[in-house]
Design a protein around this ligand. Structure first.
Ligand code: GLU
Length: 521
């Protein structure tokens, strides 16, 4: 093991959109491979033709690219020395049948001819006998139609007449199976709990259990990282390596903890209702006609998504939470991956995006905001001309309270369109007979300013207060100029919009409000 090159594979089945749990598996494999200057490989496990979904493979490739964790070998990434990387194509190499034959020849696998009706009947029999987990195993196989119970002649006859059969692993009775998992430590299972897994199906296709082992051996995989749901079948896999005489080729195993629902009750489902996506990119499910919204389309930055995923079940052992991909690579180890499930936290997920949003320069944000802005302002005659500096200025002011660039429009549309109405609550509470006098004076002070910035604006407000011996209510000022009750610093906001625009808006507001509220002028 010592001198083995570090080679990790991500081996999804193209059965649908790649759930974020799958992306995390890819990420952890990527991080470990990169940290150890090894290879990260994409293998497509498409042996189950009944579950194959068109477009899933392309989706997986695009998702890995978007996350910035591109494999350096494998489907969609230029292949490599072990091509092909799709199991359906690898079957043509005859490797799966060859390894299965080796197991049969060694007496560790056998042919089984049972029909699905016979398998059902077996299950019912075992259930009736109160067997807790009915399975095809060292005991039940004795009553089934397989090459262990039938004579050689019968087996030959069945095969010659084309009777469908599968190849099963012959699991011994009452033997201890021990293996080491980098995350969980030593795992010990009694073989009585292990079923005789199907290795080759009746269509000649290998099952996952056989195929991934053959490929991990052939592709010289050093570490096999996968979800916790595979832990129960790991003992069968250990036996297969043993019976092939290739235990020394067995990759180190790492079973990642589940991602749990926000309340910690059960596995996170792809239909989670927290409002945060479960998929990296939009995924349209042809069967159910459902669209699952993606992180990308929701406006998450890939760096934020990856950072959040990295912290889902792993921790650096320090309070640091913000990690670039390079920093994650540097800090990552399987020893710091938790054994127990990782609770998904929707609010924290948004928080990560906010941190990355704040780190972006105003000009980067403006670039991202422009298309959204264009969309909203299309055909709007009243919209103000928008210089690049102005848009950057808006981004600077609205970014503090936003999690996504897509929120900038809602947060700052008044920077582009004068308000058509004014926050009712603030007006009814704060507008009084004195307001018009005070704000008329403020307009005068504003008009007399020769320079327009946060400081001179502040001074004009102070001067107005002195001259009218009244307070200039800043929230009212905000509502009269923006229509809304809250936003960025009022002085900065007025400064950005410009004197001419502010005076125009104040005049319009005074006219509308004094008419509506009958205030004497
Ligand atoms: N094809 C399996 C899956 O999609 C891969 C498991 C593994 O990585 O071994 O879950």
């Amino acid at each position: 093991m010592e001198n083995k090159r570090v080679r990790l594979r991500f081996a999804p089945s193209p059965t649908g959109g790649l759930h974020m749990g799958g992306v995390r598996t890819a990420l952890f494999s990527y991080l470990f491979a990169k940290k150890h200057h090894g290879d990260f490989i994409l293998r497509i496990e498409d042996t189950d033709q009944t579950r194959y979904v068109k477009g899933a493979e392309e989706y997986i490739i695009e998702a890995l690219k978007w996350c910035g964790i591109a494999p350096n070998e494998g489907v969609g990434f230029g292949d490599g020395p072990h091509a092909p990387y799709r199991q359906s194509e690898r079957k043509e190499l005859g490797i799966y049948a060859r390894y299965a034959q080796q197991l049969i020849d060694g007496g560790h696998a056998y042919y089984a001819f049972d029909t699905s009706e016979e398998l059902d009947a077996m299950r019912k029999r075992l259930e009736a006998a109160k067997v807790v987990a009915p399975q095809y195993n060292s005991v039940s196989r004795q009553n089934m139609r397989n090459s262990l119970t039938l004579s050689e002649d019968e087996v030959k006859k069945l095969m010659d007449t084309g009777t469908p059969y599968v190849v099963r692993l012959k699991v011994p009775r009452n033997e201890e199976i021990r293996f080491h998992d980098i995350i969980r430590g030593w795992v010990v299972v009694n073989s009585t709990q292990v079923d005789d897994k199907v290795l080759l199906k009746s269509d000649g296709m290998p099952t996952y259990h056989l195929a991934h082992i053959v490929d991990d051996i052939e592709m010289e995989i050093s570490h096999s990282v996968r979800g916790e749901e595979w832990l129960p079948s790991a003992p069968s896999h250990v036996l297969i390596y043993r019976y092939l005489g290739l235990e020394d080729k067995m990759p180190l195993l790492a079973h990642l903890p589940l991602i749990l629902k926000p309340d910690g009750n059960g596995k996170l489902s792809k239909r989670d209702k927290s409002g945060i996506p479960m998929f990296p990119l939009n995924w349209y499910d042809e069967n159910t006609k459902e669209t699952y919204v993606g992180y990308r389309e929701t406006g998450f930055f890939p760096e934020a998504f990856v950072n959040m995923l990295g912290m889902l079940g792993w921790n650096p052992g320090t309070p640091q939470e913000i990690f670039s991909l390079e920093e994650l690579t540097e800090a990552f180890s399987f020893e710091r991956v938790n054994k127990s499930g990782a609770k998904f936290d929707p609010e924290k997920t948004k928080w990560f995006n906010q941190q990355y949003l704040r780190k972006k320069s105003d000009s980067e944000l403006a670039e991202l905001f422009k298309p959204i802005l264009e969309e909203h302002l299309k055909g709007n005659q009243q919209a103000r001309t928008r210089s690049p500096d102005y848009i950057e200025g808006v981004c600077k002011l609205v970014k503090e309270k936003s999690h996504f660039v897509s929120e900038f429009w809602e947060a700052g549309k008044y920077f582009f369109i004068a308000p058509a109405n004014y926050d009712e609550k603030v007006i009814s509470k704060k507008w009084n007979e004195n307001s018009k006098t005070v704000f008329t004076k403020l307009i005068e002070e504003f008009n007399s300013l020769s320079s327009w910035d946060a400081t001179t604006i502040h001074q004009a407000i102070v001067d107005t207060e002195t001259k009218t011996t009244s307070k200039v209510d800043l929230q009212l000022l905000r509502v009269l100029t923006s229509g809304v009750a809250a936003g960025p610093s009022i002085h900065d906001m007025l400064a950005l919009m410009g004197k001419e625009e502010i005076v125009k808006r104040l005049n319009a507001a005074l006219e509308i409000l004094s008419r509506a509220y009958g205030t004497k002028s």
